[in-house]
Design a binder for this molecule. Structure first.
Ligand SMILES: NC(=O)c1ccc[n+]([C@@H]2O[C@H](COP(=O)([O-])OP(=O)(O)OC[C@H]3O[C@@H](n4cnc5c(N)ncnc54)[C@H](OP(=O)(O)O)[C@@H]3O)[C@@H](O)[C@H]2O)c1
Length: 285
């Protein structure tokens, strides 16, 4: 029986367990601060780190992992294929660099970060198919325990399915109070994909909304904790980021209460359209 609630797992459709709450590493400032935040998260019990080549800090993330002293096999580490390296050869090279930067010998999860990067706007489906072939090889070789995507909508998943031999296991999308798009969540679940929630705190944009304030007061929690709990109760993996040791702990203290159906529905209905995620078909990076 696992005593650390942060290590409790969802199970991916290939049987691999994924700790239910991850730690985000985007926008963290300079090197030492990144390593310190990752170490603080692991010290606080997080066992799932969400990294990406695009964040430019994988060496610092790796240092934080090493300095924590937590055994590698106890940590679930994700990274993502950077946008300008789609294609077969590129993907192998990008993966090699990510592993070297993180100082690891394998990844738990590797994602295509965006389906239609600016550089591959005109041949995105072919570029994804080639990247996916490399993902499948790395998966078969045991270099990656699970493979998936991020920011993919149904048409991107359909295009990938035309050539994929292994189906994606995860889709990491923006999901937070203010951007609850039920049809997208259901679409992903119906395809057997586990949804990971990026920006689960909406970077604070909705903390002052009534539904969050009321639930926070009712449970003696903060709006941030309510956001994280709400993601978990939707069966999704929240990936909150914080650079503060205090808030890192706060964001993990979400396992001693439950939101009611009424509270969940009120939070689902929060509107914050101006901060919705970028359209993955028109990103300029
Ligand atoms: N796949 C993708 O395309 C994609 C895109 C965006 C993000 N992500 C992933 O998702 C992770 C999280 O998303 P995010 O960084 O965009 O946003 P977020 O986790 O929703 O919000 C982070 C912001 O909230 C603040 N914060 C954290 N805990 C708080 C608390 N308890 N009370 C008040 N404020 C708090 C942080 O400030 P402090 O640091 O000062 O605490 C930071 O400014 C990223 O780090 C990354 O790993 C993925």
């Amino acid at each position: 029986m696992e005593s650390n609630p942060l290590a409790a797992r969802f199970t991916l459709s290939n049987g691999v367990g994924i700790p239910c709450l991850g730690f985000g590493t985007f926008n963290m400032g300079d090197g030492a601060a990144v390593a310190a935040a990752v170490k603080a998260a692991l010290d606080a019990g997080y066992r799932h780190i969400d990294a990406a080549a695009r964040y430019g800090n994988e060496a610092d993330v790796g240092r934080g992992i090493l300095e924590s002293g937590v055994p590698r096999e106890d940590i679930f580490v994700t990274s993502k294929l950077i946008n300008d390296m789609h294609g077969y050869e590129n993907t192998h090279a990008a993966f090699k660099k990510t592993l070297a930067d993180l100082g690891l010998s394998y990844l738990d999860l590797y994602l295509i970060h965006w389906p239609k990067p600016f550089k591959f706007r005109n041949d995105w489906a072919k570029a994804n198919a080639e990247s996916w072939k490399a993902f499948e090889e790395l998966y078969a070789d045991g270099k990656i325990r699970a493979i998936g995507v991020s920011n993919f909508r149904a048409h991107h998943l359909d295009a990938l399915a035309e050539t994929a031999k292994v189906v994606p296991l995860v889709n990491q999308i923006r999901l937070c109070p203010g951007e609850y798009r039920q049809e997208i969540i259901e679409e992903n679940k119906s395809r057997g994909l586990l949804v990971e929630a990026y920006s689960p705190l909406a970077r604070g944009a909705t903390f002052a909304k009534d539904a969050l304030k009321k639930a926070a007061a009712a449970h003696g929690k903060t709006p941030a904790q309510i956001c994280i709990r709400w993601c978990l109760q939707h069966g999704c993996v929240p990936l909150p980021k914080s650079s503060s040791a205090e808030r890192i702990k706060e964001n993990a203290d979400v396992f001693d209460f439950e939101l009611s159906a009424g509270e969940m529905a009120a939070i689902d209905a929060i509107e914050d359209r101006e901060n919705w995620s970028k359209d993955p078909d028109t990103i300029d990076f």
